[in-house]
Design a protein around this ligand. Structure first.
Ligand code: PBG
Length: 351
């Protein structure tokens, strides 16, 4: 039977003095919630949620060259890493027990064209990084975006004709991109393009090429968001004209996210993602309540950089803010969180 709060359970309310001359009397309370908060051991014991290292995915930017690390100005402490450095960081991440790394390429502009052809090159940065990581640390998971924006000269996620992003033609290329990444050894394919029908097509493409064991984490409810700004700086993937609102979701819509998620699940997604996280905690909760599947949330670049900027100014305490944010995302219903703070968070969670 559900417990009724308030009067029926409380014996009676004691006398509360109204003037300074009246003497305070103890309230006659049956229920005192502070009892569970009195001591650290008690607080730990009644804790409902706990973020652990196992919940985190660490996104990393890959660049060309050798033994090179390049700071991303709009994302303090984040660097673009050459393939050898990515492999080195993967070793560190594995030591920290971070389960999975997400790879994002910073493609040289000379390699970009209208069709995003470099996405299909088995020797592109992402494929090289996958192989380098798998050689050094076979046990860490590697997740790769499927989308054309790092590879197209116009910076859009798909193929274009007359200013229009073509859906079905793009999906055909994305299927090939997914297979190329799977051949390189990627464990999780994460379509972030938001074309209709891409999950089903990619699932079929993977299965027909012997990759039935490769998972799909669908960027299912991906919103057209200003919070991606620093990422586009890091990957140099801002659209050259227009915006992404003809394929990414409208921030005003929450119910529509359920349709996106349902379709992606019907088409074969293993995990569904909501992105960004903080302005969309209600969407994470909706998805969690409607579907019995793993839910991921992407704590995106803008969310990261806002915390970093405020922390650098001394306005917030970075460690506590980050752990509180991660807990909030988990409480909203996400069991997997992609965060640029992953390595720090692991250290902080231990201390
Ligand atoms: C590519 C992609 C983007 C992000 C992840 N994959 C950018 C975008 O869609 O514009 C954003 C991640 C972040 O902001 O941290 N499609």
């Amino acid at each position: 039977m559900p417990i009724k709060f308030g009067r029926p359970l409380q014996r009676s309310v004691g006398f509360v003095p109204h003037t300074e001359t009246e003497e305070a009397q103890p309230l006659d309370l049956t229920i005192r919630l502070r009892r569970n908060r009195r001591a650290d051991w008690a607080r730990r014991m009644v804790r409902e949620h706990q973020v652990t290292t196992d919940d985190l995915i660490w996104p990393v930017f890959v660049m060309g060259g050798d033994n090179t690390r390049q700071p991303v100005p709009s994302m303090p402490s984040v660097e673009r890493l050459s393939v050898d450095q990515v492999a080195r960081e993967a070793v560190r991440a594995a030591e920290l027990k971070i389960p999975c790394i997400a790879l994002f390429p910073y493609t040289d502009p000379s390699l970009r064209d209208e069709h995003g052809s470099e996405a299909l090159n088995p020797e592109n940065l992402v494929c090289k990084a996958i192989r380098a990581i798998k050689k050094e640390v076979p046990d860490i998971g590697v997740l790769c975006d499927v989308a054309l924006d790092p590879y197209t000269s116009h910076g859009h996620d798909g193929l274009m004709r007359d200013g229009e992003i073509l859906n079905d033609e793009t999906v055909a290329v994305l299927v090939r991109q997914a297979i190329v990444q799977a051949e390189a050894g990627c464990d999780i394919i994460a379509p972030s393009d938001m074309m209709d029908g891409r999950i089903g097509a990619i699932r079929q493409g993977l299965d027909r090429n012997g990759f039935t064991h490769i998972s799909i984490m669908a960027y299912a409810a991906k919103y057209a968001s200003a919070f991606y700004g620093p990422f586009r700086d890091a990957a140099d993937s801002a659209p050259q004209f227009g915006d992404r609102r003809s394929y990414q979701m409208d921030s005003a819509n929450a119910r529509e996210a359920l349709r996106e998620v349902q379709l992606d699940l019907e088409e074969g997604a293993d995990v569904v993602m909501v992105k960004p996280a903080l302005a969309y905690l209600d969407v994470i909760r909706l998805v969690r309540d409607h579907f019995e599947v793993p839910v991921a949330a992407y704590n995106v670049s803008g969310e990261y950089s806002m915390v970093k900027a405020a922390a650098q100014k001394g306005w917030v305490e970075e460690k506590r803010i980050v752990l509180e944010i991660l807990l909030g995302i988990q409480r909203a219903g996400a069991e997997i969180i992609l965060t640029y703070h992953a390595k720090d968070a692991v250290r902080w969670l231990k201390s």
